[in-house]
Write a protein that binds this ligand. Structure first.
Ligand code: ADE
Length: 267
């Protein structure tokens, strides 16, 4: 006989049970961003400089931009360009590696995973909307064996930020992550099962690592394309990328402004 399935509270990790003190002011923030186009408006906004003596292993393309902004030690980590193909190292593998390396090297109080996402118009998403994800999960790790199925979905909660989302008037919804920009019918069924309003290629991978290492994480995602619409995703994504990354930059700047001087428990 197989053991009874675990109940939801046993399987959803909560970043709030983190070993990081909840009541002292946040000091060091790591912002994980997959694409250079998404990172640069923020590098500008926070007046960060690129680290020329990398903290990371020799040979990795990972880039850190850092500086001090409103009393916070800010680090943007971009996984860099693929050494052979010269494109941004998007997706879950790079995202989890840089998140792990950045936490080990910088011991941040908070991780922010910022990026673009596809949105579901059936769930109210519009181009340019900015969402803070309440939960993150995978939609392309299908393992139809009891309990392995839940492991594949890899559901994690984001850091609880009721005051931040209220004050900044962000939309809140669930984020589903997979390693493809497009969406197969299988993916779509899993995304719907995850009850997600936005889909990306990094969030749940970052969430896996932040949960392992008990670092609170906030996921901020701006919608570049409507995945249940009639436009081809890659075309719509590329057409909207630069305008939406500006909206993303503005939103993440507002988040960091809000965080300045506060502790995790005040967010
Ligand atoms: N990033 C932006 N649009 C996306 C989409 N449709 N799927 C996954 N990641 C995205």
């Amino acid at each position: 006989m197989s053991p009874p399935p675990p109940n939801e509270d046993d399987v959803i990790s909560q970043h709030d049970s983190s070993s990081i003190p909840q009541n002292r002011p946040i000091s060091t923030i790591v912002i994980i961003i997959a694409m250079q186009t998404e990172a640069l408006p923020l590098v500008d906004s926070f007046q960060l400089t690129e680290d020329l003596n990398s903290l990371f292993p020799i040979g990795t393309p990972w880039v850190r931009y850092h500086g001090t902004y409103k009393g916070l030690n800010i680090n943007i980590i971009w996984p860099g360009k693929d050494a052979v193909l010269g494109v941004d190292s998007v997706g879950t593998v790079s995202a989890s590696l840089v998140t792990y390396a950045a936490i080990q090297a910088l011991k941040p109080d908070l991780i922010i995973n910022a990026g673009t996402a596809g949105g579901f118009k059936a769930k109210g998403a519009c181009i340019g909307d900015v969402y803070v994800a309440s939960e993150v999960a995978f939609h392309d790790r299908r393992i139809p064996i009891p309990v392995f199925d839940l492991y594949g979905v890899g559901l994690r909660r984001g850091c609880s930020t009721p005051n931040l989302v209220k004050e900044l008037e962000f939309k809140v919804g669930k984020l589903s992550t997979g390693d493809s920009l497009d969406m197969t019918p299988h993916d779509e069924a899993s995304i719907l099962a995850n009850d997600a309003v936005v889909k990306d290629m990094e969030g749940a991978a970052v969430g896996y690592v932040t949960d392992l290492l008990k670092v609170p994480a906030i996921f901020v995602k701006a919608v570049t394309d409507i995945v249940d619409g009639d436009k081809p995703t890659s075309e719509e994504f590329l057409n909207n990328l630069s305008a939406v990354t500006l909206a993303l930059g503005k939103a993440v700047t507002q988040v960091v402004d809000y965080i300045s001087g506060k502790s995790i428990s005040e967010l």
